[in-house]
Design a protein around this ligand. Structure first.
Ligand code: PGA
Length: 264
């Protein structure tokens, strides 16, 4: 795993957008796994900028989002469908038919729906590059602590920390979603390459456990230690509890020297 230490959110967004842009330039029909959340806003801003500058064509890219809240229609301002339109899809040229986001409005037959989502990923040829955020509790997608490390796309009940983090986005009169449809940890681990971004002190404990702790379902992102091609891009506050920061910096220097394509 490669750990890229950056000073702040802006540097992280630029670096992540650069890595995604070069993946699309190398493979125009890239199968791209996408994520939502505050950490991703800057990444999409830079991808939109590169597209508008003419440097990035998404016309053949196929996208798969990680998750969606159960019960929220695409038109709801807090749905991930809405987030993706607002920050990315409305501003770039991804073909609408190439966009996949779990449907939060399904009722019943969840297993069948989720198996269909997995099948869509398989039929597309699998995910080349998966973008991930991380929750304070170490979740990736909505794979909450104690999720099976082999889990597939499924209905998942959100845990209290996630509900608390989300409450501020919903009106006090409105009940925030209790469940989500999410790709599983096993599904995520099948992506060819994974890029996880984290900013801010609230993520420091989750990041330290994910990178330097034991692999455990108690910290879902720790499962990424099993994957051969993971890059973490994290800012100083999120890196604060890592014990091997000097080593990661030396690895980065050597990577820039010996395999610079991993950084651009
Ligand atoms: P955030 O969410 O980027 O809004 O912190 C990340 C996550 O919960 O996966």
């Amino acid at each position: 795993m490669l750990v890229i230490l950056k000073r702040n959110d802006e540097e992280i967004s630029r670096q992540a957008a650069q890595l995604i842009a070069s993946a699309v330039q190398k493979k125009p029909a890239l199968r791209l796994g996408l994520a939502t959340g505050g950490t991703m806003v800057g990444v999409y801003k830079h991808l939109v900028r590169l597209h508008k500058e003419g440097a990035l064509d998404f016309s053949r890219v196929i996208t798969f989002n990680l998750d969606e809240y159960l019960g929220l229609p695409a038109s709801h301002s807090q749905s991930f469908h809405h987030f993706m339109q607002e920050h990315f899809f409305a501003h770039v040229n991804v073909e609408p038919g190439n966009i996949h986001i779990p449907d939060g409005t399904i009722r019943g037959n969840y297993e069948q729906y989720c198996a269909g989502y997995e099948e869509d990923i398989r039929k597309a040829g699998g995910i080349d590059l998966q973008l991930l955020g991380i929750g304070r509790n170490g979740h990736i997608g909505f794979n909450e602590p104690t999720s099976s490390l082999g889990s597939r796309t499924r209905l998942k009940v959100l845990n209290q920390e996630t509900l608390d983090d989300n409450a501020k986005f919903f009106a006090p009169s409105e009940e925030s979603p209790r469940c989500a449809i999410t790709m599983g940890i096993g599904s995520i681990l099948e992506a060819h390459k994974i890029l996880l971004l984290a900013t801010g002190a609230s993520k420091a404990a989750a990041i330290a456990k994910s990178i330097e702790g034991p692999v455990t379902s108690a910290v879902p992102a720790s499962a990424l230690q099993l994957h051969p091609e993971v890059t973490f891009i994290i800012d100083d506050p999120a890196a604060a509890q890592l014990t091997q920061r000097d080593y990661y910096r030396r690895v980065l220097e050597m990577t820039a020297l010996l395999t610079p394509e991993r950084l651009s």
